[in-house]
Design a protein. Structure first.
Length: 306
C-alpha cells in the first residue's frame, strides 16, 4: 500500500497493522506524531527490521510494549526493550497459543524475560513437567494464576498459593479450587490459619466434623461463616442464627440451608425482604411453588390460595 492511498482513503490504524506497506509509508508512520499510529505499525507482521528497532526505542511505553511482543524477535532482542509489566487483563499472544502443542517451543518461551510471553505459555492446557515446574516458581504471580485457570498439570502447592489471594474470574469461576490437582486431603491443618481463606479449606477435608462446621459458623470472618452456612452439616439452630448475620451473602446462604425449619422458611416466604431467597429453598414442594407462582400471576385472585 502506497502512502497516497493510505492518506486519500483516510484508512484506520487497522490498515497500519495488517497491510503490507510501502517503505515510504511505513517510515512515515514510524515517525508519526500520534503514538497510536506508531503502536499500530509496531504490530505489523511485514515491518522492516530497522523500523522495528526504531520503535523498540520509542518514547511511548505502549509502542515499545507492542514491539516487544512480536514473534520475529529473538529473546535477546525482546529482553533489550524497556517495558513495564502488563496488568492481568491481557489476551494471550496468538503466536504463542499456536505453539502450545510444541514442547520445544514451550520450553524456550517459558524462559522468556517477557511476562506476557510466559503468561501466554501458562495458558496451555497441557505442558511438559519441567515447563510446569519452571512457571510454578515464576516471579510473576499472574503466571501462577493463568496456570491455575488453564493448565491441567498445575501443581497442588502452587494452586494452594493462588487460592490465598484469588477468588475466581468470570471465565474460570471455579479455579483454583475446582482444579483437579487442588488438594482434597490434609486440610484440617488449616483450621486455625490466620488467613480466613485457608481456614475455609478445613471443611473440605474428608475428616472434618460437624463440630468444626459449628465452630466456623461463629467465626469472626464473614467468608468463613458463609462457608459454614453452605455446609449441610450445620445445625438447624445455627442456620436460623445466621439468618441475622451482618453480611448479605451469609444470610442468603442460611436461607437456603436444608436444615432450616419449615416454620422459619414460611416466615421468610411471607417477608418481602427475604421471600426471593427463600423461594429458592430446595425443600419447597412443587405444589407450594405452583401456588406461589399463581399468587404472583394473579395477586387478586382469591382462588389462588392463602
Amino acid at each position: 500500500m502506497p502512502r497516497s492511498v493510505f492518506e486519500s482513503e483516510e484508512l484506520t490504524d487497522r490498515a497500519a497493522t495488517t497491510c503490507r506497506l510501502e517503505r515510504d509509508l511505513a517510515a512515515h508512520l514510524a515517525r508519526h506524531d500520534d503514538p497510536d499510529r506508531r503502536r499500530s505499525l509496531a504490530g505489523n507482521p511485514h515491518l522492516d527490521p530497522d523500523l522495528g528497532r526504531r520503535l523498540a526505542r520509542d518514547p511511548d511505553d505502549h509502542v515499545r510494549f507492542e514491539v516487544s511482543t512480536r514473534p520475529d524477535l529473538t529473546e535477546e532482542q525482546r529482553a533489550d526493550i524497556a517495558i513495564d509489566a502488563p496488568g492481568v487483563h491481557h489476551h494471550p499472544l496468538d503466536w504463542v497459543v499456536a505453539l502450545h502443542d510444541d514442547p520445544g517451543a514451550m520450553r524456550r518461551l517459558a524462559a522468556s524475560s517477557h511476562p506476557l510471553v510466559r503468561r501466554s505459555v501458562a495458558r496451555a492446557r497441557h505442558l511438559p513437567p519441567d515447563v510446569v515446574a519452571l512457571l510454578a516458581h515464576d516471579e510473576d504471580r499472574v503466571v501462577h494464576l493463568f496456570l491455575a485457570e488453564s493448565c491441567d498439570d498445575a501443581p497442588a502447592d502452587m494452586l494452594l498459593g493462588v487460592w490465598q489471594w484469588w477468588t475466581g474470574s468470570l471465565s474460570a469461576p471455579d479455579r483454583p479450587h475446582g482444579h483437579p490437582n487442588f488438594p482434597r486431603s490434609d486440610l484440617l491443618r488449616h483450621a486455625g490459619d490466620p488467613n480466613p481463606r485457608m481456614r475455609q479449606l478445613a471443611l473440605d477435608d474428608p475428616e472434618s466434623t460437624a463440630e468444626l462446621v459449628e465452630l466456623f459458623g461463629r467465626d469472626g470472618d464473614g467468608d468463613v461463616r458463609h462457608r459454614a452456612a453452605n455446609d449441610p452439616r450445620l445445625s438447624a439452630a445455627s442456620a436460623v442464627r445466621l439468618l441475622d448475620d451482618p453480611h448479605d451473602h451469609v444470610r442468603h446462604a442460611a436461607a437456603l440451608h436444608p436444615r432450616l425449619p419449615a416454620r422459619v422458611l414460611v416466615r421468610l416466604l411471607r417477608d418481602a425482604d427475604t421471600a426471593e431467597d427463600a423461594a429458592r429453598h430446595p425443600a419447597l414442594a412443587l405444589p407450594v411453588m405452583e401456588r406461589m407462582l399463581q399468587r404472583i400471576q394473579h395477586p387478586d385472585d382469591a382462588t389462588a390460595g392463602p
